[in-house]
Ligand binder design. Sequence first.
Ligand SMILES: Nc1ncnc2c1ncn2[C@@H]1O[C@H](COP(=O)(O)OP(=O)(O)OP(=O)(O)O)[C@@H](O)[C@H]1O
Ligand SMILES: [Mg+2]
Length: 246
Amino acid sequence: MDKLIEIKNLVKKYADKTVINGIDLSIQKGEVVVLLGPSGCGKSTLLRTINGLENIQGGEILFHGKNIHDKNSNWIEIRQKIGMVFQNYELFPHLNVIDNILLAPLKVQKRAKEEVMLQAEELLKKVGLEDRKFAYPRELSGGQKQRIAIVRALCMNPEVMLFDEVTASLDPEMVREVLDVILNLAKSGMTMFIVTHEMGFAKSVANRIVFLDSGKICEESEPKEFFSNPKTQRAREFLNIFQFED
Ligand SMILES: Nc1ncnc2c1ncn2[C@@H]1O[C@H](COP(=O)(O)OP(=O)(O)OP(=O)(O)O)[C@@H](O)[C@H]1O
Ligand SMILES: [Mg+2]
């Protein structure tokens, strides 16, 4: 199997507080891994270390077998291959949709405008927003902004996508349209590492569930297994909360 990301004995501290406490985890090419766990357990921190937004205090993260936290790492290059979308859409407010999407492919990747434009239009069509090319972020709904943020990340041709609670700020009626985009991405074979609180979505999109608690992997299993028969007390407690919310 082709390991795209390999995390070995990862330790992340903020000052003297250990937030990631010895995590080992691999993600294969084409795999969709969903990361679950209670608030504050380190999900966002883990994702952010993979994208170099946080330094680490121990262990290593390999991407295609290469240690990305090496002092010689070229983060500009790595971040083109590891796309990330966050909870709060970070579109540039002064740029319209198409300019938001084209910016990095043109400036960072130095690609030809015609080629990127064709790809952007195709991606916009896939997320149902081909008619909003010239809209400004303030003219879009939260769900639309989040779909544009996903298109913008995809237009860099990443090899893996990290999603950190991308529907958490959305009104309920907009959650579905964003989750459907991610489900379609999964069908197309995109490798993904997803943090979500949408349990139904997690169950349907994931090849594997990783349950984190206090900075450690507490349980790792197939989605069906995890949701119907969690192995640990912590996971059972976690799932009970969501059942009450339904
Ligand atoms: N920049 C920071 N400085 C200090 N502590 C931090 C920082 N960022 C996060 N933490 C702490 O690290 C721990 C893990 O935070 P993290 O954001 O990774 O949790 P999470 O699992 O994503 O939670 P949530 O589900 O609420 O998003 C928390 O205790 C948090 O307070
Ligand atoms: Mg978080």
